[in-house]
Design a protein around this ligand. Structure first.
Ligand code: ADP
Ligand code: ADP
Length: 234
């Protein structure tokens, strides 16, 4: 289990003719294992930028990130560690159309050099965790949007990531499908102790899924409120 501490993050995008953008300023926050932390706010407030800094695709102009390994619960030993394993679920499903469901889920394991004997068993388990058993041999075009996103989630979970980044994962789905997947995801995160970060435009989604909501605003991108959500979970 890995917690992420963001301390006073700032990021400037240099622009043409000296017109730089202060995309983030003074962002301090904390992402905890087994919890979903949602980041909400209007377009341009820095949600993607913050996510990309956490992912390691962007370097902050100031401040820093700490990854803190929590052994045996939050109160136990703290140990600053290297960048943990991270997986992302995207809004556009980004599945390979020429691969079956099983092959799509196996793909990342193959890249990571997981032995062949282990790959299929792990992939089948992840597919079962998102309620898609029986669909292993189907191709993405044979699935509904909701099913494709289940594959997207299975593909992320199969890697056993310490950190799960969710970038508008349910934006393209109908309301009913969204609700089912949201509840499933909340349960998977809690059970696995994954540190989940959810970027969303939807306050409804944030309230339903998140334990903590970071509200951001733009010019410059910063956190203007932190909300602890205490919904009884079914
Ligand atoms: P959303 O609001 O849905 O998160 P955006 O339209 O803000 O999406 O951004 C989409 C992508 O384009 C992001 O990865 C962001 O880094 C990049 N981006 C946003 N604004 C600019 C810009 N002014 N110049 C270059 N890239 C940008
Ligand atoms: P959000 O995801 O909340 O929509 P972003 O993180 O994409 O916001 O963008 C935050 C600010 O940084 C915006 O003003 C955006 O235009 C700017 N921005 C994002 N990416 C780039 C980029 N690659 N180059 C220049 N400006 C960018």
């Amino acid at each position: 289990a890995v917690a992420i501490e963001c301390r006073d993050l700032g990021l400037v995008f240099p622009g043409a003719a000296g017109e730089s953008t202060l995309a983030l300023s003074g962002v301090s926050c904390c992402f905890l294992p087994g919890k979903v932390t949602a980041i909400i706010g209007p377009s341009g407030c820095g949600k993607s930028t913050l996510l990309q800094i956490v992912r390691g695709f962007l370097d902050p102009s100031r401040g820093h990130l700490n990854f803190v390994k929590l052994e045996g619960g939050v109160a136990a030993q703290r140990q600053v560690t290297k960048r943990p394993a991270m997986s992302t679920v995207w809004q556009a499903f980004n599945l390979f159309p020429w691969l079956t469901v099983l092959e799509n889920v196996v793909f990342g394991l193959e890249l990571a050099g997981v032995p062949k004997a282990e790959r299929e068993a792990r992939a089948r388990k992840a597919i079962a965790a998102v309620d898609l058993p029986g669909f292993e041999k189907k191709y993405p075009r044979q699935l509904s949007g909701g099913m494709r996103q289940r594959v997207g989630i299975a593909r992320a979970l199969v890697m056993n990531p310490d950190v799960l980044l969710l970038d508008e994962p349910f934006g393209a789905l109908d309301a009913q499908t969204r609700l089912v997947l949201q509840e499933q995801l909340a349960r998977l995160v809690e059970q696995s102790g994954t540190t989940a970060i959810l970027v969303t435009h939807s306050i409804e989604e944030a309230i339903l899924l998140a334990d903590t909501i970071l509200v951001m605003s733009a010019r410059p991108g910063r956190i203007v409120a932190t909300i602890d959500v205490e919904l009884p979970r079914p």
